[in-house]
Ligand binder design. Sequence first.
Ligand code: SAH
Ligand code: SF4
Length: 354
Amino acid sequence: MPDISEHEPALEKNYGDWAEYFASLGEPPYRAAQICQWIWKRGVLNASDMTDFGKKLREKISETIDFSFPEISGYVKSDDGTKKFLVKMPDGTTVETALLRMGPRLTACVSVQAGCPVGCPFCATGTAGFERNLTAGEIAGQFIVMEKAAGRAINNAVFMGMGEPFLNTEATLGAVRTLNSSKMRGLGIRHVTISTVGIIPGIETLASSGLGARLAVSLHAAREELRNELAPSNLKYPLKDLMPALRDYQRFTGDRITIEYALFKGRNDSLTDARELARLLHGLHSYVNLIPGNGNRNGYERSSPENILRFQSVLKSAGFESDIRTGRGGEINAACGQLKNPSARNHVPNKVLK
Ligand code: SAH
Ligand code: SF4
């Protein structure tokens, strides 16, 4: 029986927690479904607006549940329809999230940590340091506040904002469950993608969770030495261990894996690099997403369009499916690797969100 005197955060509760909560109040189980609908489908965040509960029950809920929620405190919009939001957590910690528009579909790019401890040298988040892990509710809450701001349903969630999902695995998977649960947000699991720099225990946990979210792995290099530089987590989880872990993952789940490879001039974009990548991925059912490197950080510059196409043609002739990711939101720094611990200087205050 939960101790309802604790003032528990609404966002951290799953359907089962709500069922227990209402049982402790002597209320029927369908109340759990009702409150989940209010919060996760309608974005209503205070008990007094939950009109299908009687006055007494609303008061009881208000007294015992903490409805604090992430808040959008600013946003920037780019010409291609991408919006970057500055989201403030109840304790004042801020993260950035992005809402990407591809045709009629909306994709929420959510953050799992404030900052990131991995420290990839080309990544704005990684070079800005690490503040803290976000909770499951703070992660899933970003999706809901963006959905409210958009005024319509968001179709996909990608865990590609700030931070490394598998250095915060429990909260990340908790957020995926909340978004996916038909009793809560009800987002199809095939519309959820988790991007990792290659933290092996998290990849194993995702496989054994049976959740079915899609996996993307940021590789960026096919040689240990080069990868140690580009993705320092490689020192702990080197390619020689990561690749067998990905093969195991695939055997276990049967899923195709997306490989992300950001291309930087003269660093990892040669023909040799492309051939090494093709060799490394041999036999893995994968889809290679080539990301033109963003920004100009620590001497990392974007590869030329010719080099990117040349790199892609090596992969294609080796039989790999590959795409060049269009740099959405580049001009507002909402593109990959440009979300950082924000000073919010370039955000406009949150007045009109559409
Ligand atoms: N930590 C996770 C998820 C967040 S980063 C990961 O690394 O996968 C999301 C994606 O943006 C990753 O593929 C990352 O490598 C890429 N990225 C980071 N900085 C970038 C940059 N400057 N240019 C292009 N892609 C970048
Ligand atoms: Fe962290 Fe991913 Fe950025 Fe590397 S690329 S620093 S793992 S957020």
